[in-house]
Design a protein around this ligand. Structure first.
Ligand SMILES: Cc1cc2nc3c(=O)[nH]c(=O)nc-3n(C[C@H](O)[C@H](O)[C@H](O)COP(=O)(O)O)c2cc1C
Length: 369
């Protein structure tokens, strides 16, 4: 139990001090071209960023991805993020709540998110390996009620489970339990990756089992193989350090993963993994995503406090508004019907995978049960 908590703080410290970003690949968003419109469709101030996601109103399509909880440091980061998203009308996920199941004494480090963000969209969080190993539905309900969550996110992190010394890399048992969970849990279930992306095949399996939304968390941003590489180096575990190096850049680049899910399912889609600007967010929405998530850039601000988080989120909103303005859009939904040009490896990927990118423009933006 103490081990889970200190591991969570290790992760934060490594993410803040070491270079844990993808290095040999990218999100491939540089291969997505939106077309400049020299005549804007609306005055800048009239551009509308509002949207809805899983029945909740957002002032802009931005959510802070799951990061932390379980420790004193986690509590202060959750508080900073929650204050900022509440003020701006955005959303957030808390980090894995496993520590609170094992030690109810740390529930407050997650609850602080709801206390500081009474009206914002907040997602509860647990790993797929806990679900695979039989965590009962009543415990999942406990995670949701702990923070009065609007949705439960279950994270898929098979690569991290392999590289991490304490990992428990489970298989199909997670899928076997999923339909029962989506049927009976009182809130929508979101399934997310943590930096290696979701394929069309996996997305279809999730859709069949009643999942409401997928957060692709594709490759090109924070690499969990990298984070665990550094932990293994410190523990003098040469094999795991090597595994972390080998799989540092493993995964489906974010732009490809958004298309994989958006062009083959009706799932709501959160784009994340390496998104760093409002322009990145706009490109993902044009590819078919409904919301965009960021973790690492927010972590670096949250350590300074709520004002710094708010500044970053406002900058992202401004960049998103600017992108709508110069692509001739009045509102977010217009991005879907504008042409996009895909080049380089992303274009090859779309061809090789037989993805019909016209489907992105047939998707209504921001709907969902
Ligand atoms: C310090 C840190 C801790 C994280 N902990 C969790 C977690 O507990 N649960 C989870 O689903 N994802 C977790 N993530 C993954 C993020 O939610 C996100 O999917 C991933 O970092 C990719 O986004 P990024 O490139 O913007 O960082 C964590 C990320 C960071 C940086």
């Amino acid at each position: 139990m103490a081990e889970v908590k200190s591991r969570k703080d290790d992760h934060i410290k490594i993410c803040l001090k070491r270079d844990v970003q993808a290095r040999g690949t990218s999100t491939w968003l540089e291969h997505v071209w939106l077309i400049h419109s020299a005549v804007p469709a609306a005055d800048y101030e009239a551009i509308e960023l509002r949207t809805s996601f899983l029945g909740h109103e957002f002032s802009a399509p931005i959510v802070v991805s799951a990061i932390t909880g379980g420790t004193k440091l986690g509590a202060s980061l959750n508080a900073a993020i929650a204050e900022a998203v509440e003020e701006l009308g955005l959303g957030m996920g808390v980090g894995s709540q496993r520590a609170a199941l094992e030690d109810p004494g740390v529930a407050s480090t997650f609850k602080v998110a709801r206390e500081r963000a009474p009206t914002a969209f907040i997602m509860a969080n647990i790993g797929y390996s806990e679900v695979a190993r039989g965590l009962p539905l009543s415990k999942l309900e406990e995670l949701v009620s702990m923070i009065e969550a609007n949705a439960l996110a279950i994270h898929l992190n098979p690569l991290q489970e392999v590289v991490q010394a304490e990992g428990k890399p489970g298989g199909q048992a997670f899928l076997d339990r999923l339909a029962e969970i989506t049927d009976h849990l009182g809130v929508p279930v979101v399934v997310k990756e943590v930096g290696s992306g979701i394929s069309a095949e996996v997305a279809r399996e999730l859709e069949r089992r009643g999942v409401a939304a997928v957060d692709v968390a594709g490759a090109g941003g924070t690499s969990w193989a990298a984070v665990e590489h550094y932990r293994a180096l410190k523990a003098h575990d040469e094999l795991r350090a090597r595994l972390g190096q080998t799989f540092w850049d493993w995964g489906i680049p974010t732009a490809a993963s958004v298309l994989e899910v958006a062009c083959t399912t009706s799932l709501s889609v959160i784009a994340s993994g390496g998104l760093r600007t409002g322009l990145d967010i706009a490109k993902c929405l044009a590819l078919g995503a409904d919301l965009a998530g960021l973790a690492w850039p927010v972590l670096r601000e949250a350590i300074k406090g709520p004002k710094a988080v708010k500044w970053l989120l406002e900058a992202l909103m401004e960049e998103l508004r600017a992108t709508l303005f110069i692509t001739g859009c009045k509102r977010l939904a217009d991005l879907r019907s504008k042409p996009v040009v895909l080049t380089g490896p992303l274009a090859e990927w779309v061809r090789a995978r037989g993805l019909d990118i016209r489907r992105r423009s047939q998707r209504p933006l921001g709907l969902g049960s």
